[in-house]
Design a protein around this ligand. Structure first.
Ligand code: ADP
Ligand code: MG
Length: 594
């Protein structure tokens, strides 16, 4: 490395250009996928319609990217390899209004300083400039014939910086990072046809039809794309579009939550939090919905110059962006229908398995497939192999659909209510149904008089141990909100003045005791005070009728009517299914009556 030439005299001197570029390369191109991402962005900025990438040895031996963009004149080609040479901004003011991917003017010289780089580029006239740079030094420059566009070959990346080479992970990891970079570019740019080959096997191919759903289908598979619902919302600050999964379609990690801000793939906490909030109480713990979320926002309202790789962004109004994403998704999944039919769950399961299989790279072994089962329905439970439904879904709200012709038919094992409506046979878990109803009452989604409080004639003393007392004191307001009026009474006692009016099944004291046990159990393990939402979830679970409780016909009807009023009659606050739907059309088909 050039830095060894610097004499150890302690004298301050300017670094030479190659050294400066190598230092920048450490930030901008720390791995093959990062170099590839920079080159992709340049081709997209150049207005390419077709981008073809060839890799060898996971990008270590070769990254070649060929585009049909505007190309460069001979002088521009030379300039492009100089540090801080860019055609994209001219003044510092331009930084606040960035429309292109690039602007730092450091990618090409950085990559050229740590590889052998061959740049071949030209505009309309059939004359191309070919420049070869070895470890930052130009070794050849000539003119060749060819069509408009730019081809960049990056050979032996990091060969002259062994320290960097040492930090690279296995080929499988480096290659999958490259696949991800191209896949994300393809989703953000459905108007461009991308091809990614590794030793001639095609890993990514999109058709450039300028349609997001098509691009998602080409990247994640047609079945995954079909399971997703579109979102589209503008709240005055940000426009949010994309495709997201219904709540029963989840993964054990966030690896299929892709965010883009003004077309740039980004990592951003606000966006992740907004997704979590949109699915709150709809998906089970530690399961993550899948989706492509595109945020478009005026360039002056977002800072993309936060990190050298431009993968992080900072919003000036985080709250407004959070709101747009949360509401956009919530409205999308409500409108898209969240009914987990046997078909949809089975289809989603298969789609995810299939996606797993296609993501395994040819010639490279992947780790074990973890947690491929879908949330909501455990995979060890047989899922009825009904044929995919081809019936168009009626454009009714979930509530209207649920209520249309609703009739209770009976129950199974004092646990499941069997009912029908106009289009479906319904199987409802009575416990989780009641739990959802109570949870929404507690959250007061139905107005402030939802839970009635019943004053006790004589207040009762509740005595607990000190640790429980300290946890409870933190949650007195929440408990009061849901009908338990308690106040501190000495060091480890509380005075209970009123209890919620719960009906006849469980006495309020029993519920309170269960609740205290669970609140303190939970906090014992996590050493945390449960949140208000957690208290509500626990409380609705404790108050709800149980599996095995015998219900009369009228009680079942009341339960279903209440359920229809809930925000989500299909999933409980823990994300378990409440209602399983068997379309009558499928019955007809199965009995060959269609
Ligand atoms: P930046 O993208 O930040 O401007 P780069 O070092 O990535 O900096 O590229 C320097 C310049 O080279 C760009 O501003 C652009 O003018 C030119 N350039 C790079 N790649 C291409 C390409 N594929 N097609 C046309 N011009 C390109
Ligand atoms: Mg660039």
């Amino acid at each position: 490395m050039a830095s060894t030439e610097i004499p150890r005299t302690g004298k301050i001197q300017l670094l030479d250009n190659v050294t400066i570029n190598q230092i920048a390369a450490g930030e901008v191109v720390e791995r093959p996928a990062a170099a590839l991402k920079e080159l992709l962005e340049n081709s997209i900025d150049a207005g390419a319609k077709r981008i073809t990438i060839d890799l060898e040895e996971a990008g270590r031996a070769l990254i070649q990217i060929q585009d049909d963009g505007i190309g460069m004149e001979p002088e521009e080609a030379k300039m492009s390899l100089l540090r801080h040479a860019t055609s994209k901004i001219h003044r510092v003011e331009d930084l606040s209004d960035i429309q292109s991917f690039g602007f730092r003017g450091e990618a090409l010289p950085s990559i050229a300083s740590v590889s052998t780089l061959v740049l071949t580029t030209g505009t309309e006239d059939g004359q191309l400039t070919e420049i070869i740079v070895e470890a930052g030094k130009t070794v050849s420059e000539k003119s060749v014939a060819g069509p408009r566009g730019t081809t960049i070959r990056v050979e032996n990346l990091f060969l002259n910086t062994p320290a960097r080479l040492k930090f690279l992970k296995t080929d499988a990891t480096e290659l999958s990072a490259c696949v991800e970079a191209v896949s994300k570019a393809a989703i953000a740019n459905p108007q461009i046809a991308f091809t990614l080959r590794h030793h001639n096997s095609v890993l990514v191919q999109t058709s450039g039809q300028d349609n997001l759903e098509t691009a998602v289908a080409e990247i994640w598979g047609r079945e995954v794309a079909r399971a997703l619902v579109p979102i589209d919302l503008f709240n005055g600050t940000a426009r949010v579009t994309g495709l997201v999964s219904p709540p029963h379609f989840t993964k054990p990690t966030r690896s299929m939550q892709w965010f883009f801000v003004n077309g740039r793939p980004v990592k951003n906490r606000t966006l992740i939090a907004a997704v979590d909030q949109a699915y709150r109480s709809l998906t089970p713990e530690r399961r993550y919905p899948v989706g492509v979320i595109l945020v478009d926002i005026a360039p002056e309202r977002v800072d993309v110059n936060v990190s050298p790789t431009k993968s992080e962004v900072k919003f000036h109004q985080e709250g407004a962006v959070f709101d747009a994403v949360r509401r956009g998704i919530k409205e999308g999944i409500l409108a898209g229908g969240m009914v987990p039919t046997f078909d949809q769950v089975a289809a989603a399961n298969e789609a995810l398995l299939e996606h797993r299989q296609v993501s395994l790279m040819p010639g490279i072994s992947a780790g074990p497939i973890a947690g491929s089962g879908l949330a909501g329905i455990p995979t060890d439970q047989p899922i009825s192999p009904l044929g995919a439904s081809t019936e168009p879904q009626l454009e009714q709200s979930p509530k209207e659909k649920f209520l249309d012709g609703l009739r209770v038919l009976g129950s199974i094992d004092k646990t499941f209510i069997i009912a029908e409506n106009r289009t479906n046979l319904l199987v409802i878990d009575q416990h989780v149904a009641h739990e959802r109803i109570l949870y929404e009452m507690l959250c007061r989604t139905r107005g402030s008089t939802a839970i009635e409080s019943q004053p006790l004639l004589t207040p009762e003393t509740v005595t607990v141990d000190k640790r429980v007392a300290s946890v409870l004191s933190e949650r007195l307001d929440d408990l009061r909100d849901i009908g338990f009026d308690m106040e501190p009474f000495g060091a480890d006692s509380f005075l209970l003045r009123a209890v919620p009016a719960l009906g006849r099944r469980r006495t309020p004291r029993e519920v309170l005791q269960d609740l205290i046990d669970e609140i303190t159990d939970g906090s014992a393990s996590s050493s945390l005070i449960p949140t208000r939402d957690e208290v509500y979830i626990m409380c609705s679970c404790k108050m709800a009728i149980k599996a095995g409780d015998q219900l009369g016909h009228a009680e079942m009807e009341k339960l279903l009517l209440d359920l229809a009023e809930s925000e989500n009659p299909y999933l409980c606050p823990h994300g378990r299914p409440i209602t399983i739907v068997l379309p009558k059309n499928d019955l007809l088909r199965r009995f060959h009556r269609a």
